[in-house]
Design a protein around this ligand. Structure first.
Ligand code: GLC
Length: 539
């Protein structure tokens, strides 16, 4: 039997660079901060680190507005430091995945600056979506497409003589102009960017907003019920050819380099098309992440996920959180524990104790499912969403573009607590010049890595134990998966002959399967599994 490729069962830890660890005391995380914590990530049991964009950026959208793909944001460090980080991580068995953003660039990217400096119809403008406006004076925008960040998707330019000019498309903020993927230079440039990072030892790329780069050039309005492939800017069939090109670049390297797609698609069959064996290797499973903490819902998602992946032979992924969504502890402590961007509101009550118990049980559930596991920084500490950041400190454009209705995504991006050492809970050095870029709650140090490392019952200790067992249990590195018959509210499954996972999402304790308990997310009572608790067993 040949050994299985690493990425089919990997644990991939997401580092949101700005908030991971600050080495130089400016209140913002940086690459040297990450380098100083590599051992922590290796000891935790991560196989790879995915870095959210670390490129020079005006930070109109937390770095997803990239001004130069071949450099490092000066606040984060230098290219040389990135190279050293990739190499040192590799020595500790940690692969590196970088974030590539094909849909748009920053409005400070040289291409967009050149586009604005040249007249309508120029080759420089054809890398983007410049269009005259509608109506007699071109005052009306070319379409009424709504941004994922709410609001308009077109901004009007000003001609050199001060008169109103063409409009340009931006599916996100006006500082993120969309690229035109039917332009050959756009395509060639991104394949070069992949090579640039693969040549520096990067093991994979996470593809940002991967279903959005291609647009219908006729620019129709969005139909009320777009059929499969019928949406003017989401999941267009032409995307597959682009990713086949990317896969060819990845496959031109002797060791495996992987493509991971950020695909928010409801249609599981259309989703799986991106995972055919000459396209992406894996994609994030947002269906599972968005479901409420209910046995029926999660079971349905697990079944649909495994069924959708099977025909294309791709591994599933399991995700509880990332830098865009409400922290799992807070979500699962709410009356409605599902996730949707559209319904995020200030002041939604959440029971932290309940949410924490459920998030711990969920950790054992996802770590026992077949496929890769994504772990967002701080979820291993059971950090809650920070919901009382003073309004004047908020930075996320999602908040501002919703006219303040949506709290935005800052609450899951608060700098990590490492210790009780100083005022920033060890995020910054003792002699820091600046406070953390987002304020940390008063009790943050109690949740810190140092405190949790000393407590065998902590969420960090639970994650460490689970991720170690995941490596040593042979059944967990296979595709074998089989449900046990179970009562309502319970998820129970076997992996291979003798490993089982049981999760109680109901309201009453349930008897455990007979066997040796390897790990439990909370206290067990007389051989039974209390509500909101999970256990791993050797049968
Ligand atoms: C992705 C990123 C998100 C970003 C958006 C625009 O969804 O995860 O953080 O705002 O793309 O690039």
């Amino acid at each position: 039997m040949t050994s299985r490729p690493w990425w089919r069962t990997a644990v991939i830890y997401q580092v949101y660079v700005r908030s991971f660890a600050d080495s130089d005391g400016d209140g913002v995380g940086d690459l040297e901060g990450v380098r100083s914590r590599l051992k922590y990530l290796a000891d935790l049991g991560a196989d790879a680190i995915w870095f959210t964009p670390w490129y020079p950026s005006p930070m109109a959208d937390g770095g997803y507005d990239v001004a130069d793909y071949r450099c490092i944001e000066p606040v984060f460090g230098t290219l040389e430091q990135a190279e050293r980080l990739i190499a040192e991580a590799h020595e500790l068995g940690l692969r590196t995945i970088v974030d590539v953003v094909p849909n748009h660039v920053s409005d400070r990217h040289p291409w967009f600056v050149e586009a604005l400096a040249t007249p309508p119809g120029s080759p420089e403008r054809s890398r983007f979506w410049f269009r005259p406006g509608k109506g007699p004076d071109g005052e009306e925008m070319p379409t009424h497409w709504v941004s994922s960040f709410s609001g308009d998707t077109w901004t009007r330019t000003v001609n050199p003589d001060g008169t109103p000019g063409e409009w340009y498309l931006h599916l996100f903020t006006p500082q993120q102009p969309d690229l035109n993927w039917s332009n050959a230079q756009v395509r060639a440039e991104h394949e070069e960017i992949l090579r640039f990072w693969f040549d520096r030892g990067v093991a994979g790329v996470r593809i940002d907003s991967a279903a959005m780069p291609v647009k219908d050039p006729a620019l129709p309005e969005v139909p009320l019920h777009p059929g499969p492939g019928g949406h003017p800017f989401i999941d267009r069939d032409e995307l597959h050819d682009i990713y086949r090109g990317w896969r060819a670049v990845a496959d031109s390297y002797p060791d495996e380099r992987i493509l991971v797609g950020e695909l928010w698609l409801e249609d599981t069959e259309r989703f799986a098309r991106y995972l055919r064996n000459d396209e992406m290797h894996t994609a994030f499973n947002f269906d599972f992440m968005s479901r409420p903490w209910e046995a029926k819902e999660l079971r349905a998602s697990i079944e649909a996920t495994l069924a959708a992946h099977a025909p294309v032979g791709a591994p599933a992924t399991w995700v509880l959180g990332n830098h865009d969504v409400t922290r799992v502890v807070t979500r699962y402590g709410r009356a409605d524990s599902s996730f949707a961007f559209a319904t995020k509101r200030f002041g939604t009550p959440s029971d932290r104790g309940l949410g924490t118990r459920r998030a711990r049980a969920a950790a054992l559930l996802v770590a026992a499912l077949p496929g890769c596991l994504y772990l967002y920084q701080g979820d291993e500490l059971g950090l809650p969403e920070v919901e009382d950041i003073p309004l004047e400190k908020l930075q996320d454009p999602m908040h501002f573009r919703s006219e303040g209705v949506d709290p935005g995504r800052d609450g899951c991006r608060v700098p990590l607590p490492w210790s009780v050492a100083n005022a920033s809970a060890g995020f910054s050095p003792d002699d820091a010049r600046q406070a953390p870029w987002l304020p940390q709650p008063a009790d943050w140090a109690e949740l810190s890595v140092a405190v949790q490392q000393g407590d065998p019952k902590s969420t960090l200790s639970l994650y460490c134990a689970a991720l170690q067992l995941r490596k040593t249990e042979p059944a967990l590195t296979t595709d074998q998966f089989e449900w046990f018959p179970s009562t309502e509210g319970v998820l129970a499954f076997r992996r291979g002959g003798s490993f089982a996972c049981v999760v109680n999402l109901g309201t009453e304790s349930v008897p455990l399967l007979p066997g040796e308990v390897l790990l439990a997310s909370g206290p067990l009572t007389d051989g039974s599994l209390p509500p909101d608790t999970a256990a791993w067993l050797r049968l």
